[in-house]
Design a protein around this ligand. Structure first.
Ligand SMILES: [Zn+2]
Length: 401
């Protein structure tokens, strides 16, 4: 989530405000202001209400900074912090490498909130309860309580909350399987989200309490996010478990490396309507890749006396993967080198097959039982792009092998 206004940066981390944030700031200013208006003149009451709302988000920002600094200390880049209607999100580049480190990042946010709670509680106690100070005292003590709630609420053990990240780290530590950790934490997150939706709707429809709407909304947000974690992890797991040999196709033609360029042009290039991938072989060995475009560099008069060997790109010079490479590696290499497809080599150094983006999506669909039509696969093969909402480049990038 990076739509919104950039309001500055702290420790090199850009801070953004989402437009939904303005809604909550306005609501909180009005709610706090009307509460204070019982005891103070309206201008002072509503200014205090606005100050309260801003201080709450200052607290959320410090909480997110807690996560961010813990991540930075592990060498993880923090791309942004965004404040929005339900709180804050720190966009962290990748996951921690160990369950212990994942726990540190998860707990750092609530730890900041609890420290603010304690600090503000002490300050609130010290402030005298006279005239202007009594309003300040009220604000400080309110803010202290809010930070306590912020810390406790975030420790509810379900993704996307910090407690869910803690649960993930714990299951990861116990089972040694990071994916098991995410699945557990996502499942409890989904269950908690559904419970909040049910409770919220119950309050609205059976108890006429419209604050239930807010609870239901938060539940829906949590459910949606937990499901996204689950799906993302399924994809990561599948990409790690599918090997190049499971995804590759043999959609290439093998031509004789000793034939003349003339015969190559006549027999293949002029007769194949959609030019496939050509590999040249001779004496039972693969020599390399043949790119029809390279023919242009050789004058036609030489086509009779030069062989395909003269334009071959030897296999060791090609960017390739092995049969046992995971799709994570395949995708990373293809993206890093901007390749439309990649060669898969056998342990003996022969060409086993080739993989393009369509092959990758087809293999994933099969593994995850997602029906993907052959027309869709054909379109991906032709366009050489992953479908929108299926950004495998980014997913592979954030997956550690
Ligand atoms: Zn947090």
């Amino acid at each position: 989530m990076q739509a919104g206004w950039r309001i500055g940066s702290i420790f090199g981390i850009p801070i953004y405000i989402d437009s939904s944030w303005l809604v909550i700031i306005t609501l909180m200013t009005v709610a706090n202001g009307s509460e204070f208006a019982d005891r103070w003149p309206p201008v002072l009451a509503f200014s205090a209400g606005l100050a309260m709302a801003l201080l709450l988000f200052g607290s959320v920002l410090l909480h997110e900074l807690g996560h961010s600094l813990a991540a930075q200390s592990q060498g993880i880049q923090v791309n942004s912090i965004t404040l929005f209607i339900f709180g804050g999100i720190a966009a962290i580049d990748r996951e921690s490498k160990t369950p212990e480190e994942a726990f540190q990042v998860a707990i750092a946010g609530p730890a900041v909130s609890f420290m603010l709670f304690a600090l503000l509680a002490v300050v609130g106690k010290i402030l005298p309860d006279v005239s202007f100070f009594s309003l300040l005292k009220l604000l400080v003590l309110d803010l202290s309580r809010i930070n306590l709630v912020l810390g406790l609420f975030n420790l509810i053990p379900g993704l996307p909350l910090d407690g869910g990240q803690v649960l993930k780290a714990a299951v990861w530590k116990l089972t040694g399987d990071r994916f098991a950790g995410v699945h557990w934490a996502a499942k409890t997150g989904k269950a908690l989200g559904m419970t909040a939706i049910a409770l919220g709707l119950f309050l609205v429809f059976l108890a006429d309490d419209f604050s239930g709407l807010w609870i239901a909304l938060i539940g829906w947000f949590a459910f949606k996010n937990a499901s996204a974690y689950d799906r993302f992890t399924d994809l990561q797991e599948a990409l790690l478990n599918i090997h190049a040999e499971d995804a590759m196709t043999r959609a290439f033609r093998v031509v004789n490396a000793d034939m003349t360029l003339r015969s190559f042009a006549d027999e293949y290039i002029l007769s194949d309507d959609r030019l496939p991938i050509y590999f040249a072989a001779s004496h039972g060995r693969y020599r390399g890749l043949v790119q029809p475009n390279d023919l242009r560099m050789i004058s036609r008069s030489d086509w009779e006396n030069q062989t395909v060997n003269s334009i071959v790109h030897p296999l060791p010079e090609l960017i390739s993967v092995t049969e046992r490479s995971s799709l994570v590696e395949v995708i990373k290499v293809m993206e890093a080198n901007n390749l439309p497809w990649i060669t898969v080599l056998s342990p003996a150094g022969a060409v086993s097959g080739t993989i393009d983006r369509g092959d990758i999506v087809a293999a994933l669909g099969k593994k995850l039982n997602i029906p993907i039509s052959s027309a869709e696969i054909k379109r991906i093969k032709e366009e050489g792009k992953y479908p929108p909402g299926f950004q495998l480049g980014a997913i592979a990038d954030s997956t550690e092998e």
